[in-house]
Design a protein. Structure first.
Length: 254
């Protein structure tokens, strides 16, 4: 798997494969050993080094953002703790946190509430605000659509798209919902541990077209060949590894 996440750009990974997204996230934040190379600003980092830059350089918002918050402490305490841990002035971190809340039309006094008092939208925004309060170089959002209803997600994405453009960080947004990919500048489409397509315009791979048309594949095949086992175009040639490049399909070419 190869991904390029640049600063001042929102990169998307559209994938139904939860294992693929989880393992990628664990590698990026130093939870999991990996083969190959991982570079930040041209410098190769090991797993131990990734652990050392977690949050200060690479912030991660998990599928359950409430897991970032200890129920025994109010939201303000979390902002202060994170700022101290990463050498950020407390008043600067709180100000940045509040600015993000206000961008998403949330009130400042949410700082004095406890995590269990927040609804799904508020906890999602609070997790993002907590990540941005330390001014990281990169932010990973893992399934940000989870827990939000259709209207909440639409508003969250509308604001996030504007907020992300105002920040010089790089964003990696991983989700199974094609609507989330609309805020990205470039999209990677993954299935069965393989990147099937890099999308800079329109989707072309059969898997991508099926997912964006809400025809969700249920299975994938591990081993040689294209992992999209249920492809309507599957036939001769699909049993071998698909060609390298931004569109990995023997049946379709750009």
């Amino acid at each position: 798997m190869s991904l390029d996440v640049e600063k001042e750009r929102v990169t998307g990974l559209l994938a139904l494969d939860q294992i693929m997204k989880r393992e990628l996230a664990e590698v990026l934040i130093g939870y999991k050993e990996f083969k190959g190379e991982l570079l930040i600003d041209g410098k190769r980092l090991t797993t131990d080094e990734l652990r050392g830059v977690r949050w200060r350089r690479i912030a991660y918002i998990p599928p359950d953002p409430s897991s970032l918050f200890d129920p025994l402490y109010d939201v303000r305490s979390h902002v202060l703790e994170v700022s101290r841990a990463h050498g950020i002035e407390e008043n600067v971190a709180v100000t940045d946190f509040v600015e993000t809340l206000e961008d998403f039309d949330l009130r400042e006094d949410l700082l004095d509430e406890f995590p269990h008092m927040l609804d799904e939208y508020e906890i999602n925004v609070s997790a993002l605000a907590l990540a941005l309060s330390v001014s990281p170089d990169y932010v990973i959002l893992h399934d940000p659509s989870r827990g939000l209803d259709e209207l909440e997600l639409a508003y969250y994405l509308k604001v996030a798209q504007r907020v992300f453009k105002e920040i010089d960080a790089g964003f990696l947004v991983m989700d199974s919902d094609p609507k989330v990919m609309e805020i990205t500048d470039v999209k990677y489409v993954g299935h069965g541990g393989m990147i099937l397509e890099v999308v800079r315009g329109e989707y072309m791979h059969p898997f991508s077209l099926d997912v964006t048309s809400l025809r969700f594949p249920l299975t994938f095949r591990i081993g040689q060949g294209c992992p999209y086992w249920e492809c309507r175009l599957r036939g001769e040639g699909c049993e071998v590894d698909p060609p390298k490049g931004e569109l990995r399909c023997v049946k379709i070419s750009r």
